[in-house]
Design a protein around this ligand. Structure first.
Ligand SMILES: *Cc1c(COP(=O)(O)O)cnc(C)c1O
Length: 413
């Protein structure tokens, strides 16, 4: 139903006014009932003092970046994730772009990464003229297959980007060894991995650089937002300069230099205090957010297990049976056709399920700017069959049950 055409109420006679209000009421009632019934795929949320911190930032009188809330976020990240230096950015994409600048990636350099990832993993390096070289993923974690990496290395290779899909860790021990042996930078795309760990170490704090996302679709959010974690001490000073438009502003405010001036390339990578204030309230609840997501994840897992045992679908493989930060819950369908039918079936029941990724090597820009190393069989296969189920902070276990019930009836039919 569409909204009745708007007219000033004095243009309407009494009966028309009643009609107008009546149809509006109906539309609103319909929208509300749909809201109650719909299981969205995801939804932005507030967990604590977000709005009050924003008000505080305003009353602090600093709205540009690098103020009190930015400082608190940095401290939270450095303490809770344990890294040498954290810098907030506008997005994970911006953090990846900073990583490309800091590792001095030049035109023609090659950067190894999976094709099964979000665009920014590659585009941040293409912006510097580099060539993403795609390596296939492991069939269990869907992370870059460490066994295929060495054969992809050439004299132009400069870095490896480890994407921790769904918050499950890449094999960091092996990746670190390879990077040491071949003198490559190790950059972690930990966009999905806040507080997830590998052998007790937070993801994003293991490579030379780590990139986090606080986009509204992630576990901890600030609308748009991200952070660069700098673990390689040699890169810290330059990171602060690149972050502040290529100036030594940060050193100046610490009183380390007596002039604030342009010293290197850079850009405006820092978010405003409004974003930092919102983010800080979320960080305070980050463990709690993840714990709730793990509960939902485990209830999906146990409810769908019988279907998996009958071979109708596959469940995600976790390392040590732990869902880490439970960023994504996905199932793998038997065929692309069956996935399409299941999506449509769920949509008919007001449940939103989505798939990703169109592998980057298959995208128009990917074909132009990148190349492939070896076959990408697992990537091609998984991207046709993987299906993500709704998972968000305000989701209830009843909603999970409803989704699982719907999936069960699909396979019974
Ligand atoms: C979300 C995501 C990004 C991009 O994050 P933004 O903060 O939106 O720039 C990059 N890489 C991966 C793997 C992601 O999931």
């Amino acid at each position: 139903m569409s909204l009745p055409e708007y007219r000033n109420s004095y243009d309407l006679d009494l009966a028309e006014q009643k009609d107008f209000v009546g149809s509006l009421t109906e539309i609103i009632a319909q929208a509300i009932s749909q809201k109650a019934e719909k299981v969205p795929f995801g939804k932005p949320f507030i967990v604590g003092k977000e709005l009050s911190y924003i008000a505080q930032a305003v009353s602090n009188g600093v709205l540009s970046g690098d103020g009190e809330f930015t400082r608190r976020c940095h401290e939270w990240l450095e303490t809770n994730l344990v890294c040498k230096r954290a810098l907030l950015t506008h997005s994970c994409t911006a953090a990846l772009e900073m990583a490309a600048l800091l590792t001095d990636i030049q035109a023609g350099d090659e950067v190894l990464m999976p094709s099964f990832t979000f665009v920014s993993t590659a585009s941040a390096f293409v912006l510097r003229g580099a060539i993403p070289v795609f390596v296939d993923i492991r069939p269990d974690t869907l992370n870059i297959n460490e066994e295929l990496i060495e054969r992809a290395i050439t004299s132009r290779t400069k870095a490896i980007v480890a994407v921790h899909y769904a918050g499950q860790p890449c094999n960091m021990r092996v990746l670190k060894d390879i990077c040491q042996k071949h003198e490559l930078y190790l950059i972690e795309d930990a966009a999905q991995a806040i507080l997830a760990k590998n052998d007790g170490q937070a993801l994003g704090t293991i490579g030379d650089l780590g990139c986090l996302s606080f986009h509204e679709t992630k576990n901890v959010i600030s609308g748009e937002g991200g952070a660069l974690l700098i673990n390689n001490e040699k890169l810290i000073e330059r990171a602060e300069i690149i972050w502040q438009k290529g100036t030594n502003r940060k050193a100046f405010f610490r009183g380390e230099v007596d002039k604030y001036t342009w010293v290197d390339i850079g850009s405006s990578f820092l978010p405003s205090e409004l974003t930092a204030a919102f983010l800080y309230a979320q960080l305070e609840h980050a463990e709690h957010i993840n714990a709730h997501r793990r509960e939902l994840y485990l209830s999906y897992y146990s409810s769908l297990k019988p279907l998996a045992e009958k071979g109708y679908l596959s469940l995600p493989a976790t390392i040590n049976g732990k869902p880490e930060n439970a960023h994504i819950f996905y199932v793998t369908c038997r065929t692309e056709t069956e996935r399409k039918a299941l999506i449509d079936f769920l949509a008919g029941l007001n449940i939103a399920a989505v798939f990703h990724y169109v592998p980057l090597h298959d995208s128009p820009a990917g074909k132009r700017y990148s190349r492939v190393s070896g076959g990408l069989d697992v990537t091609n296969d998984i991207s046709k069959r993987l299906l993500r189920l709704p998972l968000f902070s305000q989701m209830t276990s009843e909603m999970v049950e409803r989704v699982c019930h719907a999936i069960n009836s699909f396979f019974k039919a």
